[in-house]
Write a protein that binds this ligand. Structure first.
Ligand SMILES: *[C@@H]1O[C@H](CO)[C@@H](O)[C@H](O)[C@H]1NC(C)=O
Ligand SMILES: *[C@@H]1O[C@H](CO)[C@@H](O)[C@H](O)[C@H]1NC(C)=O
Ligand SMILES: *[C@@H]1O[C@H](CO)[C@@H](O)[C@H](O)[C@H]1NC(C)=O
Ligand SMILES: *[C@@H]1O[C@H](CO)[C@@H](O)[C@H](O)[C@H]1NC(C)=O
Ligand SMILES: *[C@@H]1O[C@H](CO)[C@@H](O)[C@H](O)[C@H]1NC(C)=O
Ligand SMILES: *[C@@H]1O[C@H](CO)[C@@H](O)[C@H](O)[C@H]1NC(C)=O
Ligand SMILES: *[C@@H]1O[C@H](CO)[C@@H](O)[C@H](O)[C@H]1NC(C)=O
Ligand SMILES: *[C@@H]1O[C@H](CO)[C@@H](O)[C@H](O)[C@H]1NC(C)=O
Ligand SMILES: *[C@@H]1O[C@H](CO)[C@@H](O)[C@H](O)[C@H]1NC(C)=O
Ligand SMILES: CC(=O)N[C@H]1CO[C@H](CO)[C@@H](O)[C@@H]1O
Length: 411
């Protein structure tokens, strides 16, 4: 035994080449060979299994989870970010002539909304010099138009201060947080719910100022919410003076279809059944194209060519759709400004475009002209609690309106 074993081993006399040759040609033990083979096979199988699992996770589990989890949909659509009262009140450190306050509307329950109010720029100095300056009184004056700002998703009113600061050059700016955003009442977000509350907030605003003076500005998802809110108010024959849609989309369906990141999923045969129908089944429609046909005031659409979140093609489509679905002689005209990419406005800073001053002043003149023409036909007025010279055209006194508003000024 010992000798045969020994003979297989290189002896002192074999050359190195012979030794290597001898060594190489010796077959691997059968056990060792099948182990390597098994190893390779199982590695390949694991790789395939992992790929399949990854594929199933990304392209099957995510769409399925999306379809069946309204919370998942909410998270993706709304991305609300909380803020604190202290943070909102800190706007005083950044800008004079601003206040943070809260409005409570009684819709499903008492829902309290946080609001930032920026005075129009020409009033700032007075608000500093006059110790007894009263913001509510200033808002009740007809001297400046009032802008109700609907912010987009993924933020809160504090995130939108830059836009408010820009827009205060023309308006009183009221930027609010929908329920579930900022430090407004926590709530499960639905399109319908946000619109119901926004309708009441708009009516509250009508009682605080000259309702003939209210403009509405919606950014991104906020454009869809603003248009939906005004469409609902339109059913009560209430219209604003103007509606500005900044970087908004035609409908959530179109946005989901055309959003660059969603392209990872759009090719899936079950994309329609899981993602699109999943959203629609939960009432997430946000069909701006549809809502604006019931908003009887001039509309201005603003969109940057370099918008990475909402392709400007959707704004072009919106411009064309509203042109088809609205009658400019009775509903007011639609203006569309495409902001050139050279200004780098992207999705978030359309208001920084150099032509913005001209766009807004021209648009405000259009709205004035339309208002002069249609004054008698439309209601812009709710009964005001304080008697004034406000024109009351249609809305009869309705005590229930007053009962729904509780107004608390924090300072
Ligand atoms: C809302 O608040 C008012 C005033 O505090 C109260 O009278 C009313 O009952 C509340 N409504 C609900 C639904 O809680
Ligand atoms: C506000 O006051 C400052 C300093 O007193 C002054 O420089 C500025 O021109 C004033 N602005 C307006 C709009 O009156
Ligand atoms: C200061 O503000 C109060 C309240 O808004 C107003 O009644 C008063 O006339 C203002 N005073 C001056 C000097 O403008
Ligand atoms: C401002 O005036 C309104 C009435 O016009 C009053 O209810 C409110 O308390 C005043 N606010 C402050 C801070 O004085
Ligand atoms: C949105 O509304 C338009 C106009 O009413 C309609 O043609 C379109 O099908 C609607 N889209 C969705 C996703 O509901
Ligand atoms: C917007 O739509 C109108 C009416 O269809 C059209 O005349 C205009 O050229 C469009 N604007 C842009 C910038 O595409
Ligand atoms: C306003 O109403 C008058 C009379 O009812 C009507 O003749 C006119 O066409 C209306 N104007 C608009 C812009 O709707
Ligand atoms: C609208 O009417 C008012 C008062 O009647 C007038 O001062 C203003 O110049 C008119 N505006 C336009 C744009 O027609
Ligand atoms: C008064 O307003 C409430 C709430 O919007 C509404 O339900 C009611 O029908 C209105 N009543 C009248 C007489 O208009
Ligand atoms: C304006 C735009 O690009 N719309 C497209 C959005 O996605 C759908 C479906 O892929 C296309 O049909 C639209 O043309």
């Amino acid at each position: 035994m010992a000798s045969t074993e020994k003979s297989k081993l290189p002896t002192d006399t074999t050359t190195l080449e012979e030794a290597i040759l001898q060594y190489d040609t010796r077959p691997l033990p059968r056990k060792k060979r099948s182990w390597l083979f098994k190893c390779l096979i199982s590695f390949a199988l694991t790789l395939i299994a992992l790929t399949v699992i990854l594929f199933l996770l990304i392209f099957v589990a995510i769409p399925l989870a999306f379809k069946y989890s309204i919370d998942f949909q909410r998270l993706i659509i709304f991305m609300p970010i909380p803020t604190t009262q202290e943070q909102c009140e800190s706007v005083h450190d950044r800008a004079a002539g601003a206040r943070n306050f809260y409005v409570t509307v009684d819709v499903y329950e008492n829902i309290t909304l946080g609001v930032l109010h920026f005075l129009p720029a020409p009033l700032i100095n007075e608000s500093i010099k006059n110790e007894s300056f009263n913001y509510s009184d200033a808002l009740a004056q007809p001297d400046y138009p009032v802008l109700l700002h609907f912010h987009g998703n993924g933020g809160n009113r504090f995130y939108n201060v830059e836009a408010y600061l820009k827009l205060r050059q023309y308006f009183h700016v009221l930027g609010f947080d929908y329920q579930g955003y900022g430090d407004s009442t926590k709530a499960e977000l639905t399109e319908q719910g946000i619109v119901d509350v926004s309708v009441e907030l708009y009516k509250w605003l009508m009682l605080q100022t000259y309702p003939d003076n209210i403009y509405v500005w919606g950014h991104s998802l906020g454009g869809a919410i603003a248009a939906h809110t005004l469409s609902r108010l339109g059913n009560e024959n209430i219209i604003p003076k103007g509606l500005i849609l900044e970087a908004t989309f035609t409908s959530l369906r179109d946005e989901v279809e055309n959003y660059s990141l969603a392209k990872t999923f759009t090719w899936l045969p079950w994309f329609e059944a899981t993602i699109q129908e999943g959203l629609e089944n939960n009432g997430f429609i946000f069909n701006t194209s549809d809502y604006v046909s019931n908003v009887d005031c001039p509309i201005m659409i603003l969109h940057a060519e370099d918008d990475v979140l909402i392709p400007f093609a959707l704004a072009e489509k919106l411009n064309n759709t509203v042109a088809d679905r609205r009658d400019p002689s009775t509903q007011g005209k639609v203006t569309f400004h495409l902001i050139p990419a050279v200004y780098n406005c992207n999705h978030w800073s359309v208001v920084e475009a150099p032509e913005m001053f001209e766009y807004i002043t021209t648009y405000v003149m259009d709205c004035e002209a339309y208002y002069n023409k249609t004054k008698g036909n439309k209601t812009r007025t709710l009964e005001k609690p304080t008697t004034g010279t406000t024109e009351v055209s249609l809305q009869p006194e309705n005590e229930t309106y007053y009962k729904t508003f509780f107004y608390t000024e924090t300072f």
